[in-house]
Design a protein around this ligand. Structure first.
Ligand code: ATP
Ligand code: MG
Length: 430
């Protein structure tokens, strides 16, 4: 993509309304714009990040055996009356009335809807277990939308739902999802710690939240240093992995257990703040019973399936990753989520040799990279490339171009190498 004809409206000034780094950087790098309180438009570069995250989340959900479907954003109030949550949900629910005075709502989550869909179609124990997910916009009328996309009102969530015949099956689904989540975060290039958590609105008795460590996080977190090395939980089988993840101490302040904490060796005690990027719940028959979803068992008896639900904040992750990975100059994208794999910086637009090299690089990489073809000063191009956080910068200046070389800069380390064009291309991962 050519920057000269791209909508990447960067800002030099620090936006006054943004209190934390990720929010400031998302506005300054032209990733999003606020359209109403807690409601954002995703501009082209921001949307690319959101889509990269979605792709990884989707791949790991599929690998865990979940089936993708797409449920609507608008739901009927009657559906929520069945579970008793229509009144219980309170002011966070955006309630809508249509032209026929029918009560609707903008979905904050989908337990009721997925249970109704299953109730309609699944009648026999032979059809279970099943796991389903979708990636869809949610609306929660938060009291205080803040920190940009970290706490929006409209936000993108991946929510999955499991249906099993018994507790053992439900627990297995829960474990599979916990593993899928850890893999997802690892592939995204961030480390997230699974923490024992309260179940809140959803109900139930087993739950973990996944937190990315950041000083600006809203939750206080306590954890064993064993979680700091990403490979500490690279166990090969599911049971060992789950046991390691869940017996190593990690809890949010709401669930902090002083007795268990005392048993963690002092040198391994870590306290900090975290951003919740996902949460998983096991809640048994809460929805299947209240909404009357039963299947016929082998002996003809009715079985109410055991359920769990599993959320990842896809849009919140964009902010959380930036919060965990930036410096004074700007964003430092992990390779897997970066809007562009690399930026080509033409330091002398109009110089025949630099233009030729840049054009050929632009051809080679195609839309996966951003070509800064503007007639701007070199300093401006450097600053914007750092702000946007491209993992690699290929810097093409007239002196190197005459000799057939370019400079390759790694954003994360600042390391620069002078290389031939071919060697530079080979170093940027596909
Ligand atoms: P929080 O405690 O931060 O309000 P929650 O526990 O109410 O979140 P869940 O119902 O667990 O949220 O939703 C699953 C995931 O959706 C959360 O882990 C979070 O990543 C994301 N999420 C929830 N609320 C928001 C929001 N207002 N803006 C952006 N993402 C959100
Ligand atoms: Mg939660």
């Amino acid at each position: 993509m050519r920057l000269s004809h791209s909508l990447i409206p960067t800002l030099k000034e620090i936006p006054a309304e943004a209190q934390i780094s990720s929010h400031r950087l998302m506005l300054r790098a032209g990733l999003v714009r606020q359209m109403a309180s807690g409601i954002y438009a995703w501009l082209p570069a921001g949307l690319r990040v959101l889509q990269n995250i979605e792709t990884i989340v989707r791949a790991e959900q599929d690998a865990a055996g979940a089936q993708e479907l797409l449920m609507p954003t608008i739901q009927s109030a009657d559906l929520w009356r069945e579970s008793g949550r229509y009144d219980a949900y309170g002011k966070e629910m955006l309630r809508i009335t249509d032209r026929h005075e029918r009560e609707l709502l903008f979905g904050p989550t989908n337990e009721e809807m997925i249970t109704a869909i299953m109730r309609d179609s699944v009648k026999s124990y032979r059809d279970l277990p099943q796991m389903l997910y979708h990636i869809q916009w949610k609306f929660r009328d938060e009291v205080r939308p803040r920190f940009g996309v970290l706490r929006g009102r409209e936000f993108l969530m991946k929510d999955a739902y499991s249906f099993d015949l018994d507790y053992a099956g439900a627990l297995l689904s829960y474990k599979k999802m916990l593993l899928a989540y850890m893999r997802t975060f690892q592939r995204l290039g961030v480390s997230a710690i699974p923490m024992r958590a309260d179940t809140g609105q959803i109900g139930g008795d087993l739950s973990h939240e996944f937190h990315i460590l950041a000083s600006t996080g809203e939750s206080g977190v306590f954890y064993d240093a064993a979680f700091e090395t990403g490979d500490a939980f690279a166990a090969s089988d599911l049971e060992t992995f789950y046991a390691a993840c869940t017996t190593t101490y990690a809890a949010t302040d709401e669930k902090h257990d002083l007795e268990a904490w005392a048993k963690v060796p002092d040198e391994r005690k870590r306290e900090g703040r975290g951003i919740e990027v996902g949460q998983i719940f096991y809640f048994g028959k809460k929805y299947s019973e209240t909404m009357g979803f039963a299947v016929t068992g082998p002996d003809g008896a009715r079985i109410f399936p055991e359920m769990g639900s599993y959320g990842i904040g896809v849009s919140r992750l964009v902010g959380a990753i930036i919060e965990a990975s930036h410096d004074e100059a700007g964003i430092i994208w992990p390779d897997a989520v970066a809007p562009f794999r690399a930026a080509i910086l033409n330091l002398r637009q109009g110089d025949a040799a630099t233009d030729a090299i840049c054009e050929s690089l632009h051809q080679t990489f195609g839309p996966a990279c951003l070509y800064d073809d503007r007639t701007e000063r070199a300093g401006v191009k450097f600053a914007e490339a750092d702000l946007l956080g491209h993992p690699w910068q290929i810097i093409v200046g007239p002196r190197g171009a005459a000799a057939g070389t370019v400079e390759l800069k790694r954003r994360a380390t600042g390391a620069r190498l002078e290389l031939s064009v071919t060697d530079a291309v080979a170093k940027v991962p596909a």
